[in-house]
Write a protein that binds this ligand. Structure first.
Ligand code: HAM
Length: 417
């Protein structure tokens, strides 16, 4: 039997890869002063129905079902509605702005394609309670610095920056009501992925055509981006950003600045996406809590593809994956197993990653295993006890010493390396 399509098994090497990605996400988010939160995997389906029109892509992709108590529930497809629900329930407990991040798994019944799975890991970072462009820039700067922490440069990725408000102003100036605007935005979101005739057919009820949408995009809207670009320029980050109104985002709740991150060669789907959503918390709390918010999500799937395709990022991943075994205890004489176990235990208590053979084996085989694990040292326990041999495997140098001096010697070595 295999895992379901779009779901992944995580073998140890996959887990090591995932841990590398998660460690970078967490490290950079903390550097930016974000604190971690999480929510439940299962939510009431109503949480997603409330702010989305019937037929919205995110609803079509829900893993939803009735639970044993007959409740309509869904596996979370994204974090933002959960975050909005949690914030609305307890916002008084927290000083504003709230800078929260999470690393969680999400589920979407997506069409199978490169970069899109049905279960994926996503980093989210959101700033709640601050409506200024400073918060927009802080969020985008975090997204850029995450990418840089993986070893990517401006040659590898670009943040495409847009503005939903500029779009809404344009659409209302062209006589679009709410429903026509929704159709137009959905078509703008698909301009790069669906044929023009198909989109024009969808636009028929709006009095707009693909050509109108493209003309608006080509016109740009420099005034909309000026404050954010200025705050990014002060950080020296403008080289990573490109204003581009063709980004509208697929999700309905965005109200202002929106952005997506793409690989420069445009071979892959978006690596990250987000924007300002000033009405969601109010909408989900039926008006009782009104807080502006901005944030983004970055998934692990496309990121993994780009890491593999980018030599500097791939090399960084490889060195993070290198096995971390400090010492391998070689039992050269099986009658000394008890003494060897004593050494294993004291090394581990000193915090050294230590391994040894669980059953009797030829010395050559044990050395092979030590090499395979990438051990820095082999400790040979045999007839010479209480003397043991300490062998530094990368340089093949060795010395004989009393076993009582061993652990502290290894510890000093680890601290200095
Ligand atoms: P999203 O654009 O739907 O936004 O997802 C953000 C990122 O999650 C994508 O750019 C992609 O890297 C990853 N992702 C999404 N779907 C899949 C999938 N099926 N397989 C693999 N990766 C995927 C959101 O989810 C918003 N809630 C982000 C946000 C946070 N907006 C404000 N705050």
């Amino acid at each position: 039997m295999q895992a379901l399509p779009g779901f992944r098994d995580f073998y140890p090497e996959d887990c090591a890869r995932r841990n590398h990605i998660v460690a970078i996400w967490r490290g950079v988010a903390k550097r930016y002063g974000f604190v971690e939160f999480d929510g439940p995997v299962l939510e009431s389906t109503d949480l997603y129905r409330k702010k989305n029109e019937e037929g919205a892509e995110i609803l079509e992709q829900l893993y939803s079902f009735a639970d044993r108590g007959g409740r309509e529930v869904a596996l979370r497809p994204e974090m933002t509605p959960t975050l909005a629900r949690m914030v609305a329930a307890r916002e008084k407990h927290y000083r504003k702005p709230m800078k929260w991040f999470c690393v969680s798994n999400f589920f979407r019944h997506e069409r199978q394609q490169k970069g899109r799975l049905r279960e994926f890991l996503q980093f989210n970072a959101d700033i709640i309670g601050e409506s200024s462009s400073q918060a927009d820039a802080e969020t985008i700067a975090l997204a850029i610095d995450l990418m840089r922490a993986f070893g990517f440069t401006a040659e590898n990725f670009v943040v495409r920056l847009s503005d939903r408000k500029a779009w809404m102003d344009f659409l209302s100036s062209r006589g679009c009501d709410e429903s026509a605007s929704r159709i137009a935005l959905a078509c703008a979101d698909k301009l790069e992925r669906e044929p023009e005739e198909k989109l024009n057919a969808k636009l028929a009820s709006t009095e707009l055509t693909v050509a109108d949408l493209k003309a608006f995009i080509a016109g740009g809207s420099p005034e909309a981006f000026a404050p954010v670009l200025e705050a990014l320029a002060a950080r020296g980050l403008t080289g990573f950003v490109q204003p581009d109104l063709s980004i509208v985002r697929g999700l309905a709740y965005y109200t202002g600045v929106v952005f997506e991150i793409f690989d420069r060669s445009k071979n892959l789907r978006a690596l990250a996406g987000g924007g300002r959503y000033d009405g969601l918390i109010k909408g989900l709390s039926d008006g009782s809590v009104d807080l502006p918010a901005i944030g983004f999500g970055m998934g692990d799937v496309v990121l993994g593809h780009l890491i593999d395709e980018t030599p500097a990022a791939a090399a960084q991943l490889q060195s993070a994956l290198a096995a971390s075994c400090d010492a391998y205890v070689i039992i050269a004489d099986e009658s000394k197993r008890t003494e060897a176990l004593h050494i294993v235990q004291s090394c581990r208590e000193l915090g050294l990653a230590t391994d040894f053979p669980l059953k009797s084996a030829k010395i050559g085989k044990q050395f092979q295993e030590a090499e395979h694990l990438g051990a820095h040292h082999a400790i040979v326990v045999g007839q010479e006890w209480p003397l043991v041999k300490l062998k530094h495997l990368p340089t093949r140098t060795e010395e004989a010493l009393d076993h009582s001096a061993l652990a502290s010697k290894l510890k000093a070595y680890k601290l200095n390396s």
